[in-house]
Ligand binder design. Structure first.
Ligand code: UD1
Length: 351
């Protein structure tokens, strides 16, 4: 059996690392395609190195651009490769433009699509990732859901066939890599006291100058009580420069985008998290930390319902700090038992 997996943006390298190992265990041949949506070493290549992944068989090098340009370039590139490789299945991950374009290329060539992280839904419906998710689920043959809620979401859209509750592959890799988390990073970035970990990159938070400034004013306020470690996503850096907001970085501990093991090392020792990252808000739960999630809605509603994470907006992040400092009960196994990749690989093997 031959499977073609399409990755390209930072979180997809992490998810693919664990699924690739499970495919190998099942004796499945995998052709790995890197679209190049993310191209800075610290957004892409460092994950291949850090997670000991095999090198991609194809690199499309599409780079950045408008949604249409990027999606079109991945679509054309993946179509060529699928025609050449003739795989039995195409795997796509999550909700990025690479996910949408890869799934579309496969479905049009009548190659079945396996969507890992299917059934996640959230508002605003206009956010690019939501558009990508809805379309990819509609054209996928196997829909590997991370949670029960994601299955319910699909039912509401009348998608029932091929739906499998697998658990979340990010939990698998968190468990697998735990021994290799990098706790030296704290020394390298010279953190001694209590700190929080903050990340921001969503278009609706960082592309609007007024909103971005309000968020920074609050992070600066919090920096009076804690060190605020802020690994800077390239999109956010671009917007800070464009809107001349650099002065707000002075009170924060700025780092480049970090490797998986360094970010997880920082996560394990922090007081709490402020983020708009879909991945980090779950990883914080894996590490039994609480997160203020700067989003109007989240695909990981279980963490809100269990009073582990709190949603916030650009006006009330500081108001949420007291709430997030109270201890939470970390209900176990919300995202499966750490065997999602095995469930996925064996379901594909038997497909
Ligand atoms: C993308 C995904 C998002 C995911 C995120 C993880 C879409 C629509 N969104 O958002 O779901 O959570 O990746 O990081 O696919 N840039 C660089 N170097 C890079 C990559 C990007 O400088 O290696 C800059 C470019 O200016 C680019 C901007 O960041 O225009 C945004 O990149 P893009 O891939 O469009 O979206 P992300 O915000 O990274």
């Amino acid at each position: 059996m031959k499977i073609l997996s399409i990755i390209g943006a930072r979180p997809q390298f992490i998810k693919a690392a664990i699924v690739s190992s499970a495919l190998i265990e099942q004796g499945i041949d995998e052709v790995l395609v890197n679209t190049g949506q993310h191209y800075d070493y610290n957004m892409s290549g460092q994950f291949l190195d850090n997670l000991n992944m095999k090198l991609p068989d194809y690199n499309l090098n599409v780079g950045s651009g408008t949604h249409g340009k990027m999606t079109a370039a991945v679509l054309v590139g993946c179509e060529n490769i699928i025609l050449k490789e003739n795989p039995d299945y195409v795997i796509v991950y999550g909700d990025t433009n690479s996910t949408l374009a890869g799934a579309l290329a496969a479905a049009k060539l009548k190659v079945p699509v396996a969507h890992i992280e299917a059934g996640i839904r959230m508002h605003p419906k206009t956010m690019p990732e939501e558009i990508n998710r809805v379309i990819v689920d509609r054209i996928s043959t196997k829909l590997f859901c991370p949670t029960k809620l994601s299955i319910d979401n699909l039912k509401l859209e009348n998608i029932k066939e091929g739906v499998i509750l697998a658990g979340d592959v990010m939990y698998d890799i968190f468990i697998k890599m735990q021994k290799e988390f990098d706790f030296e990073i704290k020394k390298q970035i010279k953190i001694k006291d209590k700190y929080i970990l903050a990340t921001l990159h969503r278009d609706y938070n960082v592309d609007d100058p007024a909103k971005l400034e309000k968020i920074f004013i609050q992070l600066n306020e919090i920096a009076n009580s804690y060190s605020v470690v802020f690994p800077l996503h390239p999109r956010t850096m671009k917007m800070i420069k464009q809107y001349s907001l650099e002065k707000y970085l002075d009170k924060l501990v700025i780092t480049e985008p970090l490797s998986y093991s360094s970010l997880m090392g920082l996560l394990l020792d922090c007081e709490f998290i402020i983020t708009d990252s879909g991945g980090l808000q779950k990883e914080s739960y894996f590490a039994e930390k609480r997160a203020i999630v700067v989003m109007p809605d989240t695909g990981w509603q279980e963490l809100i319902d269990n009073n582990i994470n709190l949603l916030a907006d650009e006006n009330n992040i500081c108001d949420k700090v007291n709430g997030i400092l109270t201890p939470a009960t970390f209900t176990k196994y919300i995202y499966g038992k750490g065997n999602a990749a095995q469930i996925i690989a064996s379901a594909l093997k038997n497909a």
